[in-house]
Structures are given as structure tokens and as C-alpha cells.
Design a binder for this molecule. Structure first.
Ligand code: CP
Length: 315
């Protein structure tokens, strides 16, 4: 059972992750139909409340809600009264007065979605909070890995780069290890520090050490918006020591899968030829994001809706 909200993958039981991924597989089938719409959330209102920019997460949550026949309301922080000094809680009270059923929240402060979940009876889906977690990204990544390998159990996933400041890395680390995968990490000392040893990961010093052992290589964007000064000498130096180019990719097994949550920086953490290679599943991750977010909205909101269970085409 998924519970009231989706806030983090840390502590989420294996059975719940499996239920979400299995439901996402059914939802993906809806996306392959000519009429990509089913009725389970007809009449429900889903609000996307993004205090940080997004291309993938916001659009795919909105598309997921629409495919389940929910109404959507998109809150644009740059044109909102947040710019006039309205607080997060007052903004939330205002949105809540419009009677939404679920709110999808992205915020620079870790814990902001938890605050909104504690203080309002709506369903909250964390779309990324500071450096804490990005649970729907972790789930879509796990679905993409499961698609190729059948199971996550026993797979070795290498996460390379700015692990320290990455909510994507944290959600993946908790989710993947719950599902029986092994996670190895590597990155510059300022982005992959000893504190990470509190997480269930094995730390390596160089990208070459993790590439050789990996079934999956997950590259991370440098989180410039969360970095202090002096953390990174230059993008060129980063690419030299930690970027995945074709020469490094050849050190991995022929079936290795290359992932990136996006947005990618070609020539920094990933070479353009690697991003466009046959091993890259970056755009499959995007497609799976819609299915996973449909599954999450369906499991959180669908069971008490009039159209619950109906995955036939909406009229
Ligand atoms: N992966 C991810 O969160 O991308 P966006 O910032 O574009 O949503």
C-alpha cells in the first residue's frame, strides 16, 4: 500500500515499489493506444506547484493526470504572488481553498513537500525537494532498469558525479538497494564525500573503477544551483576526470545501460556521442516517467474515484 503521500523512497517497502512499477507497466500500455486517455480520475483536480524550474517532471505529471482524465492546474511561481512575498504556507492555503485532490510539489528546500503533507489533507507528491529526494525519478529509473534486465536484484548500478547534491541519486540509492541492487558511486571529492558512507553505497575514487563493474551507469548533472564556491575547478576538468566519453564506455560490458535524469550537459558529464549511443536510454526514461506518474496518481487518488479500476478508453 502506497499510503497518503509520495514523499521519499527511503523506507518504502519492496512490495510497494513493486506495486508501483507493475501498475506503471499497465499505464504504459495506455500510452501506446490511439486514444491515450482513460477515466479513473475524472473530476479530480491535480495541481503542479513548482518553485524550481522543470522540463520533464512537471510536463509528465501534467500529462499523466490528463491521461487519467483529471483536471490540472499549473502554478507558475514566476508569475505568482510569491514574487510579492507570499510564503509557502500562505500559497498552499490559497491553492487548498481551490479544493485540489493532489498537489505535486518541487521546492529548493528539503522537507517542503513534507510540510504540505502534514498540514493539509490533500495527497502530496514530491517532485524534488532540495538535495533530499526525487522519488518519482527514482521509480522511473528503476522501471527502465527492470525493463532491460527483468529484475533489479543483483544488478550493479554505478552513479557518477555530483552525488552529494543530487536528490535523484538519493532516491535511486534507497530504492535500488531496497530492491536488491548494488550501488557504487564515484565523483570528485567535493561532490562525493565521506558523509555518503551513511548511505548504502560502495564508494570508489575514479569513474574507471565503477564503469568496469557496472550493469548500469547513471550520470548526474552538476547541481550548480546547490554548489558552494570552490567545489569545481572547471567543467573541462570535470569532463576529463569524470565525464563518460566513448573511450570510457568501451571499458564497460557491451550490454551496459547509460542513464541520465536530465537535463544533460553534453561534453561535461556525458559525451554527445554517448548520449546518442545505442546504450543510452535517456529518452526511454522520459517515456517511462509518464507511466510511473500515472501509476502514482492512480494509486494515490484512484481507489476512491467513481471510475476506479477502469483502464478502458474514456468517452
Ligand atoms: N529529471 C528531472 O527532474 O528533470 P526536470 O528538472 O526537467 O524536471
Amino acid at each position: 500500500m502506497i499510503g497518503k503521500d509520495l514523499l521519499q523512497l527511503r523506507g518504502m517497502p519492496r512490495e510497494t515499489i513493486t506495486e508501483i512499477l507493475d501498475t506503471a507497466e499497465q499505464m504504459r500500455e495506455v500510452g501506446r493506444r490511439k486514444v491515450k486517455k482513460v477515466p479513473p480520475l475524472r473530476g479530480r483536480l491535480v495541481v503542479t506547484l513548482f518553485f524550481e524550474n522543470s522540463t520533464r517532471t512537471k510536463t509528465s505529471f501534467e500529462l499523466a493526470a490528463k491521461r487519467l482524465s483529471a483536471d490540472t492546474l499549473s502554478f507558475n511561481v514566476n508569475t505568482s504572488s510569491t514574487t510579492k512575498g507570499e510564503t509557502l504556507m500562505d500559497t498552499a492555503r490559497t491553492i487548498y481553498a481551490m479544493q485540489p485532490d493532489a498537489v505535486v510539489v518541487r521546492h529548493a528546500c528539503a522537507g517542503a513537500p513534507h510540510l504540505l503533507a502534514r498540514n493539509f489533507p490533500w495527497r502530496v507528491l514530491n517532485a524534488g525537494d532540495g538535495i533530499h529526494e526525487h522519488p518519482s525519478q527514482g521509480l522511473l529509473d528503476m522501471l527502465t532498469i527492470r525493463d532491460k534486465f527483468g529484475s533489479l536484484e543483483g544488478r550493479t548500478v554505478a552513479i557518477v558525479g555530483d552525488v552529494q547534491h543530487s536528490r535523484v541519486a538519493r532516491s535511486n540509492i534507497w530504492g535500488l538497494t531496497t530492491m536488491g541492487a548494488r550501488v557504487i558511486v564515484a565523483g570528485p571529492g567535493t561532490m562525493c564525500r565521506a558523509e555518503l558512507s551513511g548511505l548504502p553505497v560502495e564508494m570508489r575514487h575514479t569513474i574507471d573503477e565503477v564503469v568496469r563493474d557496472a550493469d548500469v551507469i547513471m550520470l548526474l548533472r552538476i547541481q550548480h544551483e546547490r554548489l558552494g564556491r570552490g567545489v569545481l575547478p572547471s567543467a573541462r576538468e570535470y569532463a576529463t576526470f569524470y565525464g563518460l566519453d566513448l573511450a570510457r564506455l568501451r571499458m564497460a560490458g557491451p550490454d551496459v545501460m547509460v542513464m541520465h535524469p536530465g537535463p544533460i550537459n553534453r561534453g561535461v558529464e556525458i559525451g554527445a556521442d554517448v548520449a546518442d549511443s545505442a546504450q543510452s536510454v535517456i529518452l526511454d526514461q522520459v517515456t517511462n516517467g509518464i507511466a510511473v506518474r500515472m501509476a502514482l496518481l492512480y494509486l494515490l487518488l484512484g481507489s476512491d474515484s467513481p471510475g476506479a479500476g477502469a483502464l478502458h478508453a474514456a468517452d
